[in-house]
Design a binder for this molecule. Sequence first.
Ligand SMILES: Nc1ncnc2c1ncn2[C@@H]1O[C@H](COP(=O)(O)OP(=O)(O)OP(=O)(O)O)[C@@H](O)[C@H]1O
Length: 254
Amino acid sequence: MDSARRHDDPGIDFRGIDFRGAAVDVEDSHGGAPIRILGPITASLTHHRIAVLGANGSGKTTAARLINGLTLPTFGTVKVGDLDTRRNTKEIMRSVGFLFADPDAQIILPTAVEDVSLSLRRRGVPAKQRTEQALDLLGEYGLREAAFQPVQTLSGGQRQLLALAGVLATEPQILVCDEPTTRLDLGWRGEIIDRLLALEQQLVVVTHDLEFAALMDHALVFDSGRVVFEGSPTAAIDRYRELAARARSAGRHA
Ligand SMILES: Nc1ncnc2c1ncn2[C@@H]1O[C@H](COP(=O)(O)OP(=O)(O)OP(=O)(O)O)[C@@H](O)[C@H]1O
């Protein structure tokens, strides 16, 4: 059987995300030896929906950024299917979408219709068709009426939805989300979660939202830059709670 295909989802081709001894070092601002902020981590992710859990500073965002080449490993490799994030960075960036916690980091043009049109341009949609397609797409997200408003006048929830529409307009094969519900009220949180769970694409979500994590198929727990658990979301949440309790009793937050 194709290793990137799941038994119970034969129609969807999960390309598989492979971390092989991947580690990230950063420069020490005081001129000392490089500082290890992640890894080495080795994991092979072929599940449809994957949650990434762990305390603040445990390395989740760094690991997420490795998947689409926003950060490159200092050591080891990260592959998505046959593509290596170091050698095939451009192709990886085209096939792996990234949704940031802050939609304002993602939305770059003044109106929703322009922003989604830009994503369509990146996908190669001809100029003449872009505005109409962008408006159709915004309609699917309930944003048609807000299409020509300055984006700053949209609510935080609408902006997160717009950021999601923009990244999905590029038709990525994998979507990586970094805390996509953190800034949202309950209603918008539910809306974003429903839309993410409905995607056919492989989905990797860094989150502190344990109810959301419980709805995923698989989960990783990070601690001090390492993967300390991989398995079912329920077991991962238990492990994360244990780590947090231990850190609290040791006088650290988690
Ligand atoms: N460019 C950088 N230079 C120095 N240190 C960094 C850099 N990027 C991240 N770090 C440090 O690496 C560690 C891991 O950061 P990362 O953002 O991956 O953690 P996280 O688990 O996503 O945290 P949070 O839940 O708070 O977002 C943190 O201690 C962070 O301060």
